[in-house]
Design a protein around this ligand. Structure first.
Ligand code: CP
Length: 311
């Protein structure tokens, strides 16, 4: 297979396992490019991309921008804070105005679940979802799975056990990771307080743990998530201190295991809440490898979507 099954990247739900493998194989090639003295290729020199961010971002925004520059695309950056959104302009009008300046692709982060799908149906451009509210964050899930593949030196995820720990209810990273890892054949579990585990989650085919040490005993990889205070309109647990005592990962947890597990986090991390500094900075942590791999994965996604235009 040499082409993706979709013209947009809206989420992992609608990608096939063949799509994911194609993105990984393409990312392998771009990772080799990124390790060369000249890290740039001319692949997208006829493409213009708008990065449209209605929410804050450090990793995703910089990573997309670097990926686009490494592929020689022309880029424009848009942040809602400094735009005419505050004067009442709609999302479709905003993006259509940007597109009238001959933009081919839009990378968008938006607080509303479904915003990327909505845009894809209403404007004439390829849309890449860089996170839509509590719904999906597809490039994060792709780079997470790619980092597991690299760290465990596997092509086949069958039999590998990944637990996602924390605020599953509000996490677009959790949902995209679940779809992605299950499509690749991994066993997936979630762990957290009952109030932060959605009721539908078992129906997706994941195991649920309410005890962190039990989850760690079960897994090969633990992906620790931040508590998304900005998305919580009510109290889901008594205090951050109490959450941290029950679900914060420390060296004591890792030392109680009779195996070495891999520790991940999509960032931004809250040291001392969901993960101790000692664990985050330990040899078992691949947090910065995830960030590094984000550029190769985003290059692969942009490159493969651009190839759809010629199909
Ligand atoms: N992981 C992630 O999406 O980080 P940012 O919010 O900094 O982009």
């Amino acid at each position: 297979m040499t082409r993706l099954s979709s013209n947009h990247l809206l989420g992992l739900k609608n990608l096939t396992s063949e799509d994911i493998q194609l993105i990984f194989e393409t990312a392998d090639n771009f990772k080799a490019v990124l390790n060369r003295p000249i890290k740039k290729v001319p692949s997208l020199r006829d493409i213009t991309i708008a990065n449209v961010f209605f929410e804050n971002s450090t990793r995703t925004k910089i990573s997309f921008e670097l990926a686009e520059k490494r592929l020689s695309a022309d880029i424009v950056n848009f942040s809602s804070g400094s735009s005419s959104i505050s004067k009442g302009e709609t999302l479709i009008d905003t993006v259509n105005n940007i597109l009238s300046m001959k933009v081919d692709m839009v990378v968008m982060r938006h607080p509303a679940p479904g915003a990327a799908l909505f845009l894809s149906k209403n404007v004439d451009a390829q849309i890449i979802n860089a996170g839509d509210g509590t719904h999906e964050h597809p490039t994060q899930a792709l780079l997470d799975a790619y980092s597991i593949r690299e760290e465990l030196e596997i092509d086949d995820f069958k039999g590998k056990k990944v637990v996602i720990v924390g605020d599953i209810l509000h996490s677009r990273v959790a949902l995209s990771n679940i779809y992605c890892l299950l499509k690749l054949g991994a066993d997936v579990a979630v762990c957290g307080p009952p109030t932060l585990i959605p009721k539908y989650i078992s129906a997706l085919g994941v195991t649920v743990f309410f005890n962190l040490q039990e989850a760690l005993n079960w897994c090969d990889v633990a992906n620790m998530l931040r508590i998304q205070m900005e998305r919580q309109d009510t109290k889901y647990f008594p205090s951050l201190r109490e959450y941290s005592m029950q679900f914060g990962l420390t060296m004591n947890h890792l030392e109680a295991l009779d195996k070495k597990i891999t520790i991940m986090h999509p960032g931004p991390i809250n040291r001392g809440v969901e993960i101790s500094s000692e664990v985050a900075d330990s040899a078992q942590s691949i947090i910065l490898n995830q960030v590094e791999n984000g550029v190769a994965i985003r290059m692969a996604v942009l490159y493969l979507l651009a190839a759809q235009r010629e199909a």
